[in-house]
Design a protein around this ligand. Structure first.
Ligand SMILES: Cc1cc2nc3c(=O)[nH]c(=O)nc-3n(C[C@H](O)[C@H](O)[C@H](O)COP(=O)(O)OP(=O)(O)OC[C@H]3O[C@@H](n4cnc5c(N)ncnc54)[C@H](O)[C@@H]3O)c2cc1C
Length: 438
């Protein structure tokens, strides 16, 4: 969230500079406060919306600084939500002019520049489209927060956001005070509007991720457990290869679109990727019946920074997998098996609902046989074995630094992170792969 704080800080500074340079403009204090609050809320809203638009283009270059594409999506989400919050505030302030009038009277109102002709028409249009777009983005925020609203309906609606952004960008560009364009606040606004508008057009043209896509075929399909489908795909030459732990957007069906799945195998240079897909929703449930051997598949990626090479070689390695969150660790083990001397000393905690019915345990155990420095510890919820921060620490005694790699349910990850943080303080480094992008 440092990026969002930096953007907010930059906008506030630029706005403050503009206010100081322009003076009060001859108005009384309530009207100056009204005007400046209206400008600041509008600036913050369009700035954060522009950031959300840029992040939606899946910018690979920002993966490293922001910690991976799953993180980029989280920042995108928070940026969008804050932007809509500021837009709502902007609208409320705009609606409160009657209240200011009744409190301070009309006399102290700031002198408005009179426009005519095309500029006047553009400003009128800007006001109208802005109001219309604000109602729609507010509705979108409600649907995003309403977790029970099905993802498959939310997604096409969300695709309308670039069009709404363009309306709001137009509103901001034509209604920003003319003096702004000669000051830092205008330059910041211009930069944000130019980046956001470019991103919106790329999105509307279907260009997002297009250069990172490779076609291929489904080579095999199996169901290691009733609710898990394993799919092996063989890609064409355009695939650049991947690092163990990365994910890709996989599309088996053009109408369904792409879903993110971790690549559960290492890169063996044969452009073969395996995915372990759990039936967690409408599409993935019963996936094995929807797809067939030999059919076409499109894979976009690879994305993500859940990469062991980014780890701290001197810290204790503790890997925690919850359910299907074991997939990146399977890719790591697969990679380390071909180079066991590079395997760090690590403990892999695997949390499962029912060990007796879980075929992945046997697979993990057999992978670990070749890797003596890695010890597997299974936590079987059906036997009341729930993993706690205290267990993690007592399993690996020592006062040195601990590096945790977590992939699994968000609630488990957050509770472990906060408890371990309290116990280990600055000696803890916690990496978490987000399995949810919405
Ligand atoms: C980085 C990452 C890696 C993942 N790796 C795996 C994996 O290795 N194995 C596995 O079983 N699952 C994995 N998932 C989860 C998987 O993407 C969802 O379970 C799947 O997309 C659900 O689709 P659905 O239509 O069946 O469910 P729905 O009920 O439609 O959706 C359930 C939730 O899944 C997410 N989701 C659904 N469709 C999409 C989409 N097109 N794009 C983004 N998110 C979507 C949303 O958060 C949604 O709320 C991963 C998710 C992420 C973000």
């Amino acid at each position: 969230m440092r990026l969002l704080s930096a953007v907010i800080g930059m906008v506030v500074l630029a706005w403050g500079w503009g206010m100081w340079a322009n003076g009060a403009g001859g108005g009384s204090t309530p009207w100056v406060i009204y005007e400046q609050a209206l400008l600041l809320s509008g600036l913050l809203s369009i700035a954060l919306m522009s950031v959300a638009m840029v992040l939606a283009t899946r910018p690979v270059l920002l993966e490293r600084p922001l910690g991976g594409m799953d993180r980029i999506y989280r920042v995108h989400k928070w940026s969008g939500m804050l932007a809509v919050g500021f837009a709502a505030l902007h609208w409320l302030i705009e609606m409160s002019d009657d209240l200011v009038k009744s409190l301070a009277g009309r006399a102290g109102r700031l002198h408005e520049i009179e426009f005519s002709g095309l500029i006047e028409n553009l400003r009128d249009a800007g006001e109208e489209v802005g109001e219309f777009a604000i109602y729609l983005v507010l509705a979108m925020l409600v649907l995003s927060l309403w977790r029970r609203f099905p993802y498959r309906w939310w997604r096409p609606l969300h695709k309308a956001m670039p069009a709404l952004y363009l309306l709001l960008a137009f509103h901001a560009a034509v209604l920003a005070p003319l003096g702004y364009w000669r000051q830092p606040v205008g330059w910041v606004l211009a930069l944000l509007l130019a980046s956001g508008t470019t991103a919106a057009f790329l999105s509307l043209a279907g260009r997002i991720g297009r250069d990172n896509r490779a076609g291929g075929v489904v080579e095999s399909i199996s169901t290691p457990a009733p609710d898990v489908t394993e799919v092996v795909c063989r890609l064409e030459h355009g695939w650049p290869g991947h690092r163990a732990g990365q994910f890709a957007f996989v599309s088996f069906d053009r109408f369904e679109g792409a879903h993110p799945f971790t690549i559960a195998s290492a890169d063996h240079g044969d452009r073969r990727l395996s995915f372990l897909i759990k039936g967690l929703g409408d599409y993935t449930r019963g996936l094995s019946r929807r797809i067939s051997k030999g059919q076409a598949v499109t894979v976009e990626g690879p994305y993500g920074c859940f990469d062991l090479d980014r780890g701290d070689g001197n810290a204790r390695q503790i890997w925690i997998a919850g359910g299907i969150g074991v997939t990146p660790f399977m890719a790591w083990l697969d990679r380390l098996r071909s180079d066991p001397v590079r395997a760090p000393a690590a403990r892999l905690h695997y949390c499962t609902r029912n060990a007796a019915a879980d075929p992945l345990i046997e697979r993990l155990a057999s992978m670990c046989v070749d890797l003596p420095s890695i010890s597997l510890q299974v936590h079987d919820a059906s036997q009341g074995e729930y993993l706690s921060a205290e267990q993690i620490i007592s399993a690996d005694e020592g006062n040195d630094r601990a590096e945790i790699w977590f992939c699994g349910p968000r609630g488990l990850g957050e509770s472990l992170r906060s408890r371990l943080g309290a116990l280990l303080g600055s000696r803890l480094r916690f990496h978490q792969e987000a399995f949810e992008l919405r």
